[in-house]
Design a binder for this molecule. Sequence first.
Ligand code: PMP
Length: 415
Amino acid sequence: MTTIMTDGLTADAVARIRQDFPVLDQLVNGRPLVYLDNAATTQKPRAVIDAISNYYLHNNSNVHRGVHTLSQRATDDFEAGREAIRRFINAPDAGEVIYVRGATEGLNLVANSYGRKYFKAGDEVIITGMEHHSNIVPWQILGQEIGIRLRVIPFNDDGELLMDEYERMLNDRTRLVSVVHQSNALGTVNPIETIAELAHARGVPVMVDAAQSIPHMPVDVQALGADFLTFSGHKMYGPTGIGILWGRADLLNDMPPYQSGGEMIRSVTFEETTYNVLPHKFEAGTPDIAGAIGLGAAVEYLEAIGMARISAYERALMRYGAERLSGIEGVRLIGTAAERGGILSFYMESAHAHDIGTILDAEGIAVRTGHHCAQPVMARYEVPATVRASLSFYNTTDEIDALIKGIDRVIEVFG
Ligand code: PMP
């Protein structure tokens, strides 16, 4: 090992953690797998896999509707997952924690329910220039239908928001500020507390896309000053198909349902339907029960390691990687904000990102190449695509060294 990581987690602790992730222990193209695509999705610890198997092996049943024992067990575990999430994000009440499919659905829910109820032509929604497409397109669709206007906070060359511009953008027409907490393309961690303070001074609520922050740092909805916050289970060591929308109860209570059908009703006649209480009003149909139980297990796994330690370790690893990458001639780091998480996005003039990704894959190294569902970020830096290595607490300095060696190989091939 080149450097001993002293921040957050020791090398021994990381070695033990790696044993919790069966998938990491394999050869890919004859080389030990180096998994550096954690921003796309993280690997799953055995605790999560076991929780899902346990549900299907012993408790499989629908939730909330049955009086029989299996249904009660399934309901208890499903609701325990919700309570684990509530604790994890410090939400005041578990009723505010709504199971959705992921961050994409969380954003669409707020756009379609909150937006359709409260926005009218000429109103403005503020986002940042570094949003994932899922925090751009739902507002654009509303724009076409209702006539709202999207305002975009620009950022500097390092990938830091221009907060003066943001302050100037807030006005009497602003109805919502919807911002990414940590950028998936740049790694920038945005100052949500300040963004929220300024918005709240004008009575404007704030939606936070926490898809990339929740797996990597402590996220406290009350400390952030968020009004809505969403994230995906699969990026935080849980299963795919499940995620969370958290919202303030007073806002959620006043919003119309997003989808309708079973579970979200209190009573139905052909003349009239009344809706269920939170969170059920927003959970139409049979939910992803196994997913919710797996997500609860993921939260417990993360809590056992500790989010502050995870954050310190991953940032130290990122700094090590950034230093090594910037030492290579021809490599341009994209995203150099002072406040940033474990994302190493880079561009090489000499080789296309996809070719770099293919060469790295031959070495057993998994990175993501492309626009990372953030095409406006690529446009801002005038690059077609980047290579993105995204880190987890199970990654090591040895793996960063393997990445650097892989890039040396790219330079051998492409010059
Ligand atoms: N926001 C950000 C910042 C993301 O990185 C992603 C996933 N790449 C999403 C939203 C969407 O997440 P999902 O596809 O899981 O809904």
